[in-house]
Design a protein around this ligand. Structure first.
Ligand SMILES: Nc1nc2c(ncn2[C@@H]2O[C@H](COP(=O)(O)OP(=O)(O)OP(=O)(O)O)[C@@H](O)[C@H]2O)c(=O)[nH]1
Ligand SMILES: [Mg+2]
Length: 492
């Protein structure tokens, strides 16, 4: 009786919880939009409630839409299913992509030394034609990696590498282990029982990189036969979506001996441990089968992974080069936004009217990231960004925070214009930094922005730049940009 009552109670709580959440969200969103409206009202009066497409009514309406987008963003990632096998074409594409990125780097940063990258690129085709295959033996601490390698060492045409133990060592050791595993043609992944969560994560990661895996359950001798069967089943069903059953094997690489007890004639007993030979099950057969029949696939996988890694490496350098050019540009536009909003609070009634400046920033940044937008595409884009910023509550939050920091700093001339000027600069900066992150992931934006991704970037960048210490420094900087005007007025 008990368990069922328990589950009914749980069910009710769950239902209530759901209902509360359902009711709360629109109110909360309305709250944000509404208080933003009130803020506009208090500061500037009714006449400015409507600024182009960015009416408060629109913001409220879109707020609901944003809630939907947010819902989608917070959904947990689905576990990867088995990938489609690689073919020559996909591998050629990955190589071409790496080639393109390296070429862009050479063009955009002629001073950059690209020799290393180019050598790696030139070496890619040969990766597919190797005779000796690399096998990485990995797994947690003391799972039997060294023991297994010693047993397999004599096999022809393979080179076995033991990775540092996973899950125990420092972060760098763990990275080395994963690096060795992805660089290999095949991975022997050893466990000694049911999968832990971390083991599962690593397996998924490797499979997502088109890595072939033989999952090895070692130390079988430590379990009695019934336990062994249970663990074997659990393991198989846990990984069934990512590892084919043929690639799961149970072994005992170095079983502890069996205790033998002999009764002597005189009544005494004599005990000793009888050594047992290693038990590799069908590991040897499966291994040689894979190494012959699936060799081409293994080599394709390694070549693909290496090409992808090379492309990422080149892309990281390219992104760093581009960022160095993009940051001063953002700086320029953020102070332009500050000064024009401060000097002309009537024209810039709504902070988001700084969109006019953002348009040019957007066009310039898109140029740096080789995704050049036209002016009209830039205009549409900047309106999109401005809307997102309202819906995310960033405009309201930053204005309030900046306003209160200015107040506590006892600056006597705090007026709407100062708060507005500083906020305009800050929001322009957030928009610019988010665009950098967006463009870095090479989202082509000429056909419009991916709102989910852009929204996620805005939130991330906003959170990173929201600390009071940072804001205080920023405000200080903004004030030095804004005060000269004041000084001129005072002096003059
Ligand atoms: N009972 C039992 N012990 C085993 C088996 N295989 C290995 N061992 C023992 O487990 C211990 C660790 O084995 P290693 O081969 O050194 O394991 P490893 O994964 O290389 O260890 P680290 O490199 O230190 O992480 C040794 O004492 C082995 O004798 C097995 O099948 N059964
Ligand atoms: Mg070892």
């Amino acid at each position: 009786m008990r368990p069922s009552r328990h589950s009914i109670e749980l069910g009710n709580v769950g239902e209530k919880g759901k209902m509360t959440v359902k009711l709360r969200k629109p109110i909360l969103l309305g709250g944000i939009s509404l208080s933003f409206g009130l803020w506009l009202w208090q500061n500037f009066g009714q006449s400015i409630l409507e600024v182009g497409e960015l009416s408060v009514v629109g913001a409220i309406a879109l707020g609901t839409g944003w809630w939907y987008v947010q819902q989608k963003l917070s959904k947990p990632q689905l576990s990867p299913t088995v990938l489609l096998p690689l073919n020559q074409e996909k591998v050629a594409k990955a190589i071409a992509l790496a080639q393109n990125t390296i070429t862009s780097l050479e063009i955009e940063a002629p001073a950059q030394d690209c020799c290393g990258l180019k050598q790696q690129l030139a070496a890619l085709p040969a990766l597919c034609k190797r005779q000796t295959l690399q096998i990485a033996v990995t797994g947690g601490k003391k799972v039997g990696k060294t023991t297994l390698i010693q047993l397999l060492e004599n096999a022809a045409n393979i080179c076995l590498v033991e990775t540092p133990a996973l899950f125990t060592a420092t972060d760098t050791q763990e990275k080395t282990a994963l690096k060795l595993a992805t660089a290999a043609d095949l991975v022997l992944f050893m466990v000694t029982g049911d999968l832990t969560e971390s083991e599962w994560q690593v397996l998924q990661q490797l499979v997502a990189e088109h890595q072939q895996i033989i999952l090895i359950l070692n130390k079988q001798d430590q379990y009695v036969p019934e336990e062994r069967a249970v663990i074997w089943q659990q393991l198989k069903s846990r990984v069934k979506e990512i590892i084919p059953a043929a690639n799961i094997v149970a072994i005992a690489a170095a079983p502890t001996g069996v205790k033998v007890r002999q009764h002597q004639i005189d009544g005494a007993t004599k005990e000793w441990m009888e050594k047992q030979g290693s038990e590799l099950g069908n590991l040897g057969d499966r291994l040689s089968e894979i190494l012959t029949k699936e060799k081409e696939q293994l080599l394709l996988g390694t070549t693909w992974r290496t090409a992808i890694k090379l492309e990422q490496e080149a892309k990281n350098i390219l992104n760093a080069v581009r960022k160095v050019r993009a940051l001063p540009m953002i700086e320029k536009y953020q102070w332009l936004a500050a000064i024009s909003t401060f000097a002309n609070p009537v024209a810039a009634l709504d902070l988001l009217a700084t969109a006019a400046i953002n348009t040019q920033m957007l066009v310039d940044l898109s140029g740096i990231y080789q995704q050049k937008l036209s002016l009209s595409q830039g205009q549409t884009g900047s309106v999109t960004i401005a809307k997102l910023m309202v819906q995310l509550g960033l405009v309201e939050l930053s204005t309030q925070t900046i306003g209160s920091i200015l107040k506590t700093n006892a600056i006597t001339y705090v007026a709407g214009a100062t708060v507005q000027g500083v906020s305009a600069a800050y929001l322009t900066r957030i928009a610019g930094l988010s665009l950098i992150e967006y463009f870095q992931e090479q989202e082509t934006c000429t056909e419009g922005f991916n709102l989910e991704k852009l929204g996620a970037k805005l939130q991330k960048v906003f959170q990173e730049n929201q600390r009071t210490a940072f804001l205080q420094g920023f405000i200080q900087q903004a004030l030095t940009k804004l005060t000269p005007n004041k000084n001129i007025m005072v002096d003059g």
